[in-house]
Design a protein around this ligand. Structure first.
Ligand SMILES: [Zn+2]
Length: 339
């Protein structure tokens, strides 16, 4: 018997009615969670604040900034920038770009593959990460032909794989030709002085933030994964807040914050306060506890049924360990077939 108050997994799979986006924001914690033992070759994935120590960059900072560099790389970089030491800045840029460019996803299915497969083209991923994992995953999934409906990606701090054509305001993989002028895309800038920011001065970054603003305004669910909202990155927080708008106007929208196990939930609640309307939030310790992982490719439909229609929904949790891409493909097939 069909019960109007319940939504089965099969009904969820066949419902593709949602038009509004789910916005997923990724920080360095997401890459840590995806690769706890490092990349394919065991290279560690540093958190942004630890970049100076992890990449042996501390010696490039003047004596007065060495301690700060160890504590908070971005803050120290920002100070170095305001002192105008272009030689040191260039060296740091080259080393950071080199390190992150060399990182590689392992050959087996990874959390990033699940992230890419669990949203669809109306949805959006905003990432602060320089590392190439999200794009490496996207490229291999596209080659396998599992879907053509991938979430849109925007790179809020630039990315080692993403380039830009200034003249045509188009972006693509670094080194590949721009579809309009045929000139190779130039690498996006990675490092910015975060304290007196500058998201407007670089045309690529400006465009990414405009997109972020647009989609944050229109989304019904917002999930922040592994982004600790550093106090130094004031403008990033302001821009995100501005995009989200007044929480009073977002009374039915849901915010999820995913952080590492054991993270201070009260501190996270406080950090994300501007995004949270009363009790409409969850603070989670794993991506697999999120709405995206429990309702892959249907998170907004599931949200709508549960919170607006007050129906009982069943979870359709994505498995945590796919042994192969064939297994992964088979699991997502009913979802992509229904689209
Ligand atoms: Zn061009």
């Amino acid at each position: 018997m069909f019960d109007d108050h319940e939504v089965t997994v099969e009904q969820e799979i066949n419902d593709t009615s949602a038009g509004r986006p789910h916005v997923l924001l990724l920080g360095a914690g997401a890459s840590k969670a995806a690769l706890p033992a490092g990349d394919k070759h065991g290279r560690p994935v540093p958190l942004l604040r630890d970049v100076a120590e992890d990449l042996n960059l501390v010696d490039l900072f003047p004596k007065i900034l060495k301690d700060l560099a160890k504590e908070d790389f971005e803050a120290a970089y920002s100070r170095l920038h305001s002192e105008g030491s272009s030689e040191a800045l260039n060296k740091i840029d080259i080393l950071v770009r080199g390190y992150f460019s060399d990182l590689e996803l392992p050959d087996t299915p990874n959390l990033y593959d699940i992230v890419n497969m669990s949203l669809r083209s109306k949805d959006v991923i905003l990432t602060f990460n320089w590392d190439p994992f999200l794009l490496q995953s996207r490229i291999r999934l596209a080659k396998l032909g599992l879907t053509t409906s991938f979430p849109q990606l925007f790179f809020l701090h630039g990315n080692v794989m993403v380039g830009f054509c200034e003249k045509d305001a188009t972006s693509g993989l670094v080194g590949r030709p721009c579809s309009r002028c045929n000139q190779p895309f130039s690498p996006s800038k990675l490092l910015y002085p975060v304290e007196n920011k500058d998201y407007q001065s670089d045309s690529f970054i400006k465009r990414e933030w405009e997109a972020a603003h647009h989609y944050l305004k229109g989304c019904l669910m917002f999930t922040a994964f592994g982004y600790s909202a550093p106090t130094t990155d004031k403008e990033a927080i302001e821009l995100l807040k501005d995009g989200w708008g007044d929480i009073e106007d977002r009374a039915m929208e849901q915010t999820e914050v995913i952080n590492r196990p054991g993270a201070d939930k009260n501190a996270l609640r406080e950090t994300w306060d501007p995004f949270i309307h009363t009790h409409h939030y969850d603070i989670l310790e794993s991506f697999y506890d999120s709405f995206i992982a429990k309702h892959p490719r249907r998170s907004i439909e599931a949200y709508w049924n549960q919170y607006w229609e007050a129906r009982f929904i069943s979870d359709n949790p994505v498995p945590q360990n796919f042994a192969s891409f064939d297994e992964l493909a088979a699991w997502y097939k009913p979802l992509t077939d229904a689209e």
